[in-house]
Design a protein around this ligand. Structure first.
Ligand code: AMP
Length: 453
């Protein structure tokens, strides 16, 4: 299928061609005709599938036909969870709409509200907003919705995760009932479906998977390690492998800051992006990381989401995510043009459940390698990973007894990547956990030594 057959305005097609897009991505192929027909839409699609153009192109097409926005009015509202995503969508709209005379703005918290209020005065055809700032602007009479034609909820699952449900419901009450609503979400959980019932009317449903299923194209390794030794192991790996551009995922903002301190103390150029960082600090970190002046970017899932940092040589999961799908998003950041990527996860015994859920989702056990000098005292049991059947992803609840906190540093450990493979390098899902002593520690004599590839 070509873009030309999608019935989009010729100025939009011209801009799309200038972007270098040869043909619509699967989500665009499916979503654009549905949106052009005026239907509500519920689409399961992640970042990286081209979903942004999937909704912005038909919205631009629709809006260039009608009357321009009056003072303080908005014709299309795109709600997003993060400032980064808002800024990125706004960038895309500017690119795709550069041959049209539509006005678009992005508004989000963390920056002064007054300039945003000024910009909204003349009316906005497309407004990209985070929920909290949008409500602030509405409270100050800077934005009105009488002319609203289209509402987009982008990354709806993420907005729910971030606790925006009440803000979203407040916003819903301000919008005209007669409108077109589009909802994009990486997953259709029960909560997302509940949200859809409140916001959408007889939506069409579409679903795509990312063009590259990262889980099969990215080389994945687990280093089992005690929690207390993770930062030291990461420092060692960065230096040993001379990683010059590595994106490190952590679960919490506090964890991110702690790790940054540790790495900087080890003379590794590092910065973090997370929700407590100012917009300018995030932009600076991102620019530094892309230009190579920073070696390591430490990010929480939420902050990293929507940021255009892909095709990296190396991704590290310092912590495993609670949501297994996030693991697939994370490792999808690696892999340079034509080459497969490399993702390393540092896994401690308290993350057994997360690991099991991830291995179940991707349908295989990830290769485990212990790095000499950093072997885990507390065993991470092997999961019986089986591919999840569609619709049965919810893992069974099982309490995991994970002893914690004993750190063991081998001062004079030989620092080379001679590794210990606690199971086998291939699919080890049927193997039993290595024998352990009463406290959950593996008996050293049962581990097999192999050299790292
Ligand atoms: P998204 O999933 O919307 O964040 O898009 C991911 C990336 O794909 C962005 O960098 C887009 O510029 C790019 N992209 C979107 N549509 C296409 C297309 N049809 N062909 C090539 N690249 C695209």
């Amino acid at each position: 299928m070509s873009f030309d057959s999608l019935d989009l305005h010729k100025s939009i097609l011209k801009a799309v061609k200038q972007q270098g897009y040869q043909q619509p991505s699967p989500i665009q192929e499916q979503a654009i005709p549905v949106v052009l027909k005026g239907h509500d839409l519920m689409a399961a699609a992640q970042t990286g599938t081209g979903k942004t153009a999937g909704f912005t192109l038909p919205i631009l097409h629709r809006l260039q036909q009608g009357k321009p926005a009056r003072a303080n009015q908005v014709r299309a509202l795109i709600l997003t969870p993060t400032r980064e995503l808002a800024a990125q969508i706004q960038d895309n709209i500017q690119q795709y709409g550069k041959h049209l005379s539509l006005r678009s703005h992005a508004v989000f918290g963390g920056v002064k509200i007054n300039p945003q209020m000024m910009r909204l005065r003349k009316g906005t055809d497309i407004l990209v907003a985070t929920p909290g700032r949008l409500l602030d602007l509405h409270n100050q009479n800077a934005v009105r919705f009488d002319q609203l034609e289209v509402l987009v909820l982008d990354e709806a699952d993420r907005m729910l995760d971030m606790g925006f449900i009440h803000d979203m419901k407040r916003i819903l009450k301000l919008l005209p009932a007669k409108r077109q609503t589009l909802m994009f979400s990486a997953t259709f959980s029960n909560d997302v479906r509940k949200l859809a019932k409140q916001f959408l009317q007889q939506p069409k449903e579409i679903s795509v998977t990312p063009k590259d299923t990262a889980a099969t194209t990215v080389a994945q390794t687990i280093h089992t390690v005690d929690k207390a030794n993770k930062a030291k192991l990461l420092t060692f790996l960065i230096k040993e492998h001379k990683w010059n551009q590595v994106l490190v995922f952590v679960r919490t903002k506090h964890g991110a800051d702690k790790l940054v301190k540790h790495l900087i103390a080890a003379k590794i150029r590092t910065a973090a992006i997370h929700g407590n960082k100012s917009q300018s600090a995030r932009t600076k970190a991102l620019t530094g990381f892309k230009s190579g002046s920073l070696q390591v970017l430490v990010a929480t899932d939420i902050a990293a989401r929507g940021i255009d940092i892909n095709e990296l040589p190396q991704v590290v999961n310092f912590d495993l995510p609670h949501v297994p799908e996030d693991y697939v998003h994370r490792i999808g950041r690696t892999g340079r043009a034509g080459l497969s990527g490399d993702a390393v996860s540092l896994v401690s015994a308290d993350e057994t459940k997360q690991l099991r859920d991830i291995e179940r989702l991707i349908g295989k056990a990830i290769t485990r390698v212990e790095v000499e000098g950093y072997e885990a005292d507390h065993v991470v049991p092997i999961s019986s990973a089986k591919p999840a059947k569609p619709g049965t992803r919810k893992p069974k609840k099982k309490k995991v007894d994970a002893p914690q906190g004993r750190s063991r540093t081998k001062k004079n450990a030989k620092k080379k990547t001679q590794t210990r493979n606690s199971q086998s390098n291939s699919n080890n899902r049927k193997r039993k956990p290595a024998p352990t002593d009463g406290a959950g520690r593996r008996r050293r004599s049962d581990t097999k030594k192999v050299r790292a590839a």
